[in-house]
Design a protein around this ligand. Sequence first.
Ligand code: ADP
Ligand code: NA
Length: 343
Amino acid sequence: FYQCVFRPECLQTSSEIVRPVQQITTSTSMHIVRPGETLSSHGHESRVGGKGANQAVAIARAGGHSRFFGSIGRDGLWIKDRMEGYGIDISGLIVADEPTGRAIIQVDAKGENSISANFSKLHEERFKKQGEGWFPETTHLLLQNEIPLASTLYALHNVKDATVIMNPSPLPSPAQTRDFPWKKLDWLIVNESEAQELYQAAAGSGAKSTDSMTTKELLFRLSSESAFGDTNIVCTLGADGVLAFVPTFHRRQNAEAPSALYQPAAKLLHGVQDTTGAGDCFTGYFVAGLMEFGPHAKLGKDITEEDLAKVLKKCVVAAGMCVEKKGTIDSIPTRAEVEERMT
Ligand code: ADP
Ligand code: NA
């Protein structure tokens, strides 16, 4: 019981609320449907997806407890069962009157796709019903940017005593980026192009060209922007692995030269099959990795640089295994599979 009360838990307020249904139509045409055109498809499939759902599944497969807050419509009841089957705590999922949010994905014969997605109602409204400023208790909060920004801001301003991780994908607009409370994040997880865009938006007219910058320099500059202050940055580099820039470590060691932790990508046994969801798999494993140090583990004290390197290593192996298999949610490996690969 004791363990249960203090069990680290990650709360997701994310896209299951917004676009949990991924409707995929596959066409034999060599192009995506153009304005005014109708193409017939030869395949149609509905899956559970969205970054929030993918990342929640990754946390669960990695052995963490992830609780999902969201709303689905009556047309999306099957999602509830599917998510439960994935091992996610869906006690925060409610059935609302609006239809379930969805992404419509067209795939052409070359595998190229186009996505249009709708956003549903604001999530902060349901929290406010329990009192202004109310937010569920959790040890970790993981955010993406697939819900209305107001809901994300509500979560950031009202969550208490949690380690906050954000994978701001898709990126907020440059204007939203400048006003965003980045300092409330403990961890920012981005890919290289997101890091570049964030830096350009944050530095504004003073931004240097990122063209010939090394990723390390880019992260150093991004982290030097006052808006980011002490935020720790994990930048995934696709086939090149990951670079983590952790100011918390530098501060504690009074190090002058900022160092970065680098972890090369995992060697693939079966080649690249499908990179969709690799970033989400990485993020879920990363958060689950942090959760293993306990509810209020402090970086630099309870979590050392060596510990973090081990977490990143597991993340690249998990993400690499996800890339080796077709599919998104279904290609996220379990912890046992990852550990077996690592021995
Ligand atoms: P995103 O999909 O969010 O842009 P990345 O492309 O950076 O994210 O991929 C996330 C992680 O997935 C990488 O850090 C890496 O560990 C793994 N990964 C992605 N592509 C490959 C690849 N071709 N080979 C091995 N690992 C990969
Ligand atoms: Na995959």
